[in-house]
Design a protein around this ligand. Structure first.
Ligand SMILES: Nc1ncnc2c1ncn2[C@@H]1O[C@H](COP(=O)(O)OP(=O)(O)OP(=O)(O)O)[C@@H](O)[C@H]1O
Ligand SMILES: [Mg+2]
Length: 345
């Protein structure tokens, strides 16, 4: 009696696998890092392209931290006009500026004992960056127009979709704040660098739709999945999520097929690789690089043509399956994992 199940949290609604879906090594590592930093108090800086899941990671860190019963306060530094951001974050006294009729708490005070998520921190004006540094170093905030500071206990998680180190080099971001923020830097890879998760994420979003609309049967055809796998997803996971929602609306039966995929996606999946034109000019060429490039192109085309079937793709190229797989690994093309199972042989 009294023994707690060791992995009680696995069934919890906030199990990290459900928040941060993915089996690509980059995501497995990311989840491990999140679990490691969450229970600590360190400041975290999350970098990644738009839609890669920066807010998801920030939420997960908060949810898995000892502050999870306290507020999680997201602040989008790019969405609030610069001259308002200071009073939004730090609060203001009555009469501190024109229009400040009463005094007001800032978001840092709202987040007291919890977590503040400073999104797009690269957009924060430099004057405010100095004030934020004081919060991080001394744990105090001073409202606009106030003559004294008050203590706050907030954990800061920041995010940026621009390279903050480059902003520091340009003089647009304070170097001391940069280092103070990125005690633990977390970088999220764009979706096109973890394509093997596209089927899994698609299934995750389809499942959410099926849960929302009881009785709705909805699946995706193998060919459509391969097309989605080949697309570059400039809007990353958010774009994929919106695409699945849209396809679910457009789909008349229960199978999402290539016919309802947007033309831009179908075109990107077409094996339309232009023939390579190589000339040995006076400067010469790198034969090794060219051979590698040609190999990569043909492997990609073969996979597209065979809807991701490695066995058939190997046959198209006159290679043994094992040789083909070795080449696949070497040129960094990752076949969609869930499609592998349906291969013959
Ligand atoms: N690994 C993941 N598993 C499940 N859902 C995800 C994952 N990554 C992102 N999402 C979903 O994709 C959408 C975009 O994620 P999020 O808002 O965290 O991105 P972001 O990096 O903050 O984007 P932006 O820079 O545009 O603010 C959200 O709806 C989120 O739930
Ligand atoms: Mg975001």
């Amino acid at each position: 009696m009294g023994l707690q199940p060791k992995y009680a949290e696995v069934d919890a609604p906030f199990a990290i696998e459900r928040m941060l879906v993915g089996e690509h090594p980059a995501i497995v590592k990311l989840r491990a890092l999140v679990e490691r930093v969450a229970p600590t108090e360190v400041t975290v800086l999350i970098t990644g392209e738009s839609g890669t899941g920066k807010e998801v990671v920030a939420q997960a860190i908060h949810t898995l931290s000892t502050r999870s019963n306290q507020p999680f306060v997201p602040v989008n530094c790019a969405a609030i006009p610069h001259d308002l951001l200071e009073s939004e974050m730090f609060g203001h006294e009555r009469g501190a500026f024109t229009g400040a009729a009463g005094s007001r708490h800032g978001l840092l005070t709202t987040a007291d004992r919890g977590t503040i998520f400073l999104d797009e921190i690269g957009e924060m004006p430099k004057g405010l960056q100095a004030k934020l540094l004081r919060v991080l170093e001394d744990g105090v905030v001073r409202a606009v127009g106030a003559d004294r500071s008050t203590r706050v206990n907030v954990r800061v998680i920041a995010a940026s979709n621009v390279d903050l180190a480059a902003s520091v080099a340009r003089g647009a971001f304070r170097e001391d704040l940069f280092y103070r923020l990125q005690v633990v830097p977390i970088v999220i890879a764009p979706l096109r660098e973890r394509r093997s998760d596209i089927p899994l994420l698609t299934e995750h979003f389809l499942e959410r739709i099926r849960d929302r609309v009881p009785g709705r049967e909805l699946a995706i055809s193998r060919e459509a999945m391969v097309t989605m796998w080949s697309y570059d997803w400039p809007g990353n996971v958010r774009e994929l999520e919106n695409m699945v929602e849209r396809l679910a609306i457009l789909c008349e039966g229960s199978i999402i097929d290539t016919s309802i995929l947007p033309e831009i996606m179908v075109a990107s999946a077409r094996p339309a690789t232009p023939p390579m034109k190589v000339e040995l000019g006076n400067g010469g060429v790198s034969l090794n690089n060219l051979v590698r490039e040609l190999e990569g192109r043909l492997i990609n085309d073969a996979l597209k043509q065979t809807a991701g079937n490695k066995q058939a793709a190997a046959r198209l190229l006159g290679l043994k399956r094992t040789t083909f797989s070795a080449k696949l690994r070497r040129c960094g093309v990752i076949a969609p994992a869930s499609l592998d199972e349906s291969e013959e042989g």
